[in-house]
Design a protein around this ligand. Structure first.
Ligand SMILES: C[S@@+](CC[C@H](N)C(=O)[O-])C[C@H]1O[C@@H](n2cnc3c(N)ncnc32)[C@H](O)[C@@H]1O
Length: 626
């Protein structure tokens, strides 16, 4: 897929050394929730510029078919070249790394340094400890270069000690950073037993895993659906695995800190697994450590956590940190939810339909080719226990049918479908339940949770579309002639039309129908796709469907062609200060060819945010390959 551009780069370089016509801004997947002072937050690394400057990096870059300059993140040599180039370019640090040891990701390491700056301040020169400094010695090098901090660093691995010393020397920092080779069971106590110095902080990026199986992802909780890691880990077993994992490692740091107390003003550690955090906090509370603070590092698509504790009760340590929750990020793989068009437009459409089914208020804040932002306001929980509720309802229904079968025999039931089965009064929640039920019934293609959204030809729509009277929510995905229920609902849909709230999806379907009448060429294309053929549903992925949706949307926005908006589009932006169960922001973004869905909490119940994300995960899940 990639074509090497080593030669191409030289050509471009000849044309225009810095700003070539074909210059590509190359970005890494770093999101905007990085530490506010992280320089990569707003200025992503420009691979082309780096390639012009550094030959060792130029050798690694490739150009994608779309002309984007990138590297193969799964190749250790490429990752190493990137780390080397970023440290040299952005921090003036020269670094030598072996290929068989951990290659640190620079933007991630900066986050930890900046968090420490927030805690201890940068006004005064500080002295710190780095436990397990690695071959790069990256934290001491960065802390020293950025803030003039001095370091005592420890390491158990001989090769790491060798390279760490080499890196200190080639950056002229031998008077500021000292590396000590320690034994495996040594953390702070052993390191400090022969000196009486005091330190402002200690930091540590511990080996996360408790055994090699966990390190290889065999026994941890990564879901089967999760896509492969986008970068390679070159960490040796000693670097990533420690007996008892990070919990035991940091617990031992805590035990040591109870003896050392204020010889180190602030104790900190990075945490790789969220589940470790409550255990370590509990451990600290149990030992009556007076001040504890935690943070979340949002690093591209990786989450890490930080934990800090101190025995220094006189200072206002940890006070100024804001507890800003990072967003929940879902990587959307190609083919997710059966949507073949890997575009923001296609997935925006799908997501909006799911939101409408859930009866969550929303308005569109931004809708672009690569970026969509919706503000969502949920009043009640309409997403939990869908399956259980469906089963219960089905059970109830069959019981009532059995019991009332004789009584209802011969009584016309047409039109009863929206007022609820068994004559129940239909609440909005019921309506959602019902929508969800039909949605699942009709859209699940392979498993109960793997939803495939389909659009239908015009005639299919007539038969299949269903708009709930109560909610104005359109049932957007039913197989042709699916069931009687959907046939009955054609009447209900027209209620909606009369109100001028023709849903976007139906408009799409209509347009498809028009295509069939107006253009022979298009007709051919469309019929070959079977969209004009009543006998089968077409997938949403058809490019023309998406293009039409997009065109229509922009027309609406520009106000050139006033088409009626869907029920929810008609809503004015609601008051975001209004009391609700959850207020959040949903962002769909395509960056570097990869799509992500991000939910950011704004107000209300944080658990609800996780539940909604789980709902989207289920709906968009692609089945693991067998
Ligand atoms: C996850 S790596 C972190 C390396 C580096 N700090 C970084 O962030 O890239 C953990 C490091 O701790 C080292 N290590 C493991 N046990 C240790 C111990 N008891 N004392 C010091 N270092 C240790 C490993 O050799 C490894 O280099």
């Amino acid at each position: 897929m990639y074509a090497t551009i080593k030669k191409g780069l030289s050509k471009k370089c000849d044309k225009c050394p810095v700003v070539g016509k074909v210059r590509q801004m190359v970005t890494m997947s770093l999101n905007k929730y990085m530490h506010p002072r992280n320089k990569y937050k707003t200025k992503k690394p420009n691979f082309q510029d780096l390639a012009f400057k550094y030959d060792y990096f130029k050798e690694m870059v490739k150009e994608t078919d779309s002309g984007k300059v990138t590297i193969d993140f799964k190749d250790p040599a490429s990752s190493r070249a990137l780390t080397r180039a970023l440290l040299e370019n952005d921090f003036g640090l020269k670094i030598t790394l072996p290929l068989d040891r951990l290659i640190p990701a620079v933007p991630q390491r900066i986050n930890y340094i900046l968090w420490l700056e927030d805690i201890i301040g940068i006004e005064k020169a500080a002295r710190g400890i780095d436990i397990g400094t690695g071959s790069s010695c990256i934290y001491p090098l960065l802390g020293c270069r950025q803030n003039g901090w001095e370091f005592l660093a420890s390491e158990v691995d001989d090769q790491n000690v060798y390279f760490a010393n080499k890196n200190i020397q080639q950056n002229d920092m031998t008077d500021k950073i000292k590396v000590v080779k320690v034994e495996e069971d040594t953390l702070l106590m052993g390191l400090l037993e022969n000196n009486e110095d005091c330190y402002d902080f200690c930091m540590c990026n511990p080996p996360f895993f408790s055994d090699h199986l966990e390190a290889q992802g065999v026994t941890n909780t990564r879901s089967d659906n999760r896509s492969d890691a986008s970068s390679v880990s070159t960490a040796s077993e000693a670097e990533s695995v420690a007996w008892g994992g990070e919990v035991r490692f940091v617990s031992q740091m805590i035990e040591d800190s109870l003896k050392l107390k204020s010889r180190i003003r602030v104790y900190t550690s990075l945490i790789g697994k969220k589940t470790s955090l409550p255990l370590l906090k509990h451990f600290l509370h149990e030992r009556q450590v007076p001040k504890i603070s935690t943070t979340e590092f949002c690093q591209g698509r990786t989450m890490r956590w930080g934990i800090a504790w101190t025995f220094d009760e006189t200072k206002s340590l940890f006070k100024e940190q804001k507890n800003v929750k990072p967003p929940l990020v879902l990587e959307i793989p190609r083919g997710a939810g059966g949507v073949g068009d890997y575009t923001v437009q296609a997935f925006t459409w799908v997501i909006r339909k799911y939101i409408e089914v859930l009866q969550i208020n929303y308005y569109t804040k931004h809708c672009g080719k690569f970026y969509t932002c919706l503000i969502m306001q949920a009043k009640t929980n309409t997403w939990s226990n869908q399956r259980r509720k469906r089963r219960e309802r089905a059970r109830k229904q069959s019981v009532s049918e059995e019991g009332e079968g004789n009584r209802t025999a011969g009584i016309p039931v047409e039109g009863n479908s929206t007022s609820g089965e068994s004559g129940e009064v239909k609440t909005p929640a019921d309506s959602v339940e019902k929508n969800m039920e039909t949605d699942d019934k009709c859209t699940v293609t392979s498993t109960e949770t793997d939803a495939k959204i389909v659009a239908h030809s015009d005639n299919d729509t007539e038969k299949g579309s269903n708009v709930s009277k109560d909610s104005g929510i359109e049932e957007f995905a039913t197989e042709k002639g699916d069931n009687d229920e959907s046939k009955k609902s054609g009447q209900k849909r027209s209620n909606d039309e009369n109100n001028g709230t023709e849903p976007a999806q139906k408009r799409l379907k209509k347009d498809q129908g028009k295509d069939c009448e107006t253009s022979e060429q298009e007709k051919e294309a469309v019929t070959s796709d079977k969209s004009c053929n009543n006998s089968s549903a077409i997938t949403l992925s058809r490019k023309d469907v998406v293009e039409r949706f997009w065109k229509e949307h922009s027309e609406n926005q520009e106000g050139k062609k006033k088409k009626p908006l869907s029920f929810y589009e008609k809503l004015e932006p609601f008051s975001e200060s209004e009391e609700c169960l959850l207020l959040c922001k949903l962002v769909l973004k395509k960056e570097e060819g990869e799509m992500t869905l991000t939910l950011t909490h704004q107000a209300g119940n944080k658990e609800a945010l996780h539940q909604i994300m789980q709902f989207f995960k289920n709906k968009l899940a692609v089945k693991p390959k067998t």
